[in-house]
Every structure is written in structure tokens, then in C-alpha cells.
Design a protein around this ligand. Structure first.
Ligand SMILES: C[S@@+](CC[C@H](N)C(=O)[O-])C[C@H]1O[C@@H](n2cnc3c(N)ncnc32)[C@H](O)[C@@H]1O
Length: 250
């Protein structure tokens, strides 16, 4: 049976409060929405060199998969089997010659924190979706400590720290660090819903997640942080989430 709302669709997937669940299940959530709602034309926003699905996973499903990115250099590294579309999700779509209502399911992973005008991005997503289409964004939220720190630090400093701690991160590697601006990167429904309604959506679901893996190498700090996050989750303190899924249906 088709779920009546995105809230009921998410509830059937039994999400946990911890962000590990968000990372482990994002692909399943996208695949399940596609199956349950019969959504076959996918556009991954900011998929770049590392789309969520592989061509081998998509081929047997008969899905039409487009990888979008603002960067042509990123798209050059995307799997050749996927169609690519180079444009700014927060840009002027008609000037870029992007046709409206062409996708059934648009989704992104760790992209919206890099977008300068997220309200414009959601308005564009509404324009690009066919009627009944669904969009899903998975992004880090303020005011989790690692993201507040990243937000406040100049890029040269946060980039240097990431390079020092994570040898596989950096421009020359397969996992570069993109500057983050955190526009509208919240999980509070009170804050987000009016903006998403202005963008044209009425069926809206925001799934909050707490906790993160940034303190894995700092045992005592990690234990304290884990305990605080568990408590924040029990009390649904949205100002302390670390990630969110935002789901909208046109
Ligand atoms: C942190 S990477 C995430 C890549 C991939 N989604 C993943 O999960 O590995 C962010 C990506 O978003 C792209 N991006 C940033 N701003 C964008 C925009 N306004 N429109 C489209 N793509 C954008 C970047 O070029 C980059 O490829």
C-alpha cells in the first residue's frame, strides 16, 4: 500500500536516533521510497565522483540515473555508465537550460551544507520534480560541536586539520574537503517547515539524528559526548542534532 505521508513512509523503516543509522541506511531509504512510490527517474544532487549507487546496483532495477554536480571536474570522475548534468542546484535553471519536472526522485548526501542559498535549491528541486516526485537530503546540522567548529574556522585552518588527521582527505586524494557554509542546516521543524512550504512543498518530514564519529580516537571525550547525545535524543533537543534527513513530496 502506498504510504499516505512521508512521515508514515519513514516510520515503517524504523529509524534509530543515532547518526550511525542514518549513514548505514541512507541507500536503503532511497531505494525503499523508489519501490514504495514507484519513482524511477533519479537525480542525485552533488553526486560528483562518488554517487550513492553503483551502475551494477542500478542496471537491474531499470532506473534512469542522472548524477548532478556543480563541478565538471567532479563529474568527469563519476561512473561512465551514468548520465551527468552539470549545474548549480541553487542557480538559475532556465538560464542553464535545465528542463522542469524531469525527475521522480532527487536526493543528496553531504551536499546541502556546501550550498550558498539552500532555499533557492529547494525551490529549484520543486521545479525539477514531476508531480508526486520526492526529494531527500542528508546533511550535517548545527549546532553539533564538530560542525560549529568547522563553520567558525577559516577554510585554511579546517582544511589543515582534516589533512593532518585524515591522510586520505584533500584535493589530491579521492576524498577532497569542500568548503561548508551550513545555510539552513538545521533539524528543527519550526525553522525548516516554513522555508520548505515557501519552496512549494506540503508533505514534509524531517528525521533528526544525534551523535557522530569525530571523537572516535578520543575515548574519554567520546564517552561524555555519547552520553550527552543519548540524553539530547531522549529529549528531542533539535539544536543538538548532528545530521538530518529532509524529505519532501511535490
Ligand atoms: C562533500 S561532496 C559529497 C559528494 C557525494 N555526494 C558523497 O556523498 O560522497 C559535495 C559535493 O557537492 C557538490 N556541490 C557543492 N555545491 C553544489 C551545488 N550548489 N550544486 C550541485 N552540486 C554541488 C560538490 O562539487 C561535491 O561534489
Amino acid at each position: 500500500m502506498t504510504p499516505a505521508t512521508l512521515t508514515s513512509a519513514m516510520a515503517t523503516l524504523g529509524p534509530d536516533w543515532h547518526s550511525d543509522w542514518a549513514w548505514d541506511h541512507y541507500k536503503d531509504v532511497v531505494a525503499s521510497l523508489s519501490r514504495e512510490l514507484g519513482l524511477r527517474r533519479f537525480c542525485e544532487i552533488g553526486g560528483g565522483r562518488d554517487p550513492l549507487f553503483t551502475p551494477a546496483e542500478i542496471a537491474p532495477l531499470g532506473i534512469d540515473y542522472t548524477v548532478n554536480d556543480i563541478s565538471a571536474r567532479e563529474l568527469e570522475k563519476a561512473p561512465k555508465a551514468f548520465r551527468t548534468a552539470c549545474f548549480d542546484i541553487a542557480g538559475d535553471l532556465s538560464a542553464a537550460g535545465i528542463a522542469p519536472a524531469q525527475y521522480d526522485l532527487m536526493f543528496s548526501r553531504m551536499v546541502f551544507e556546501h550550498v550558498r542559498d539552500v532555499e533557492r535549491a529547494w525551490t529549484n528541486v520543486h521545479q525539477l520534480l514531476a508531480p508526486g516526485g520526492v526529494a531527500l537530503a542528508f546533511f550535517p546540522t548545527l549546532y553539533a560541536l564538530p560542525f560549529v567548529a568547522n563553520h567558525l574556522m577559516p577554510e585554511w585552518l579546517s582544511g589543515g586539520i582534516v589533512k593532518a588527521f585524515y591522510a586520505n582527505r584533500g584535493e589530491a586524494t579521492d576524498d577532497p574537503k569542500f568548503p561548508a557554509v551550513y545555510d539552513w542546516c538545521f533539524s528543527s521543524e519550526r525553522r525548516l517547515k516554513p522555508m520548505l512550504q515557501r519552496a512549494g512543498f506540503s508533505d514534509i518530514h524531517i528525521q533528526p539524528f544525534w551523535g557522530h564519529r569525530y571523537f572516535l580516537r578520543l575515548p574519554v571525550v567520546r564517552q561524555i559526548d555519547d552520553a550527552l547525545n543519548a540524553r539530547a535524543a531522549r529529549n528531542d533537543i533539535r539544536a543538538l542534532t548532528s545530521y538530518a534527513y529532509v524529505l519532501v513530496r511535490k
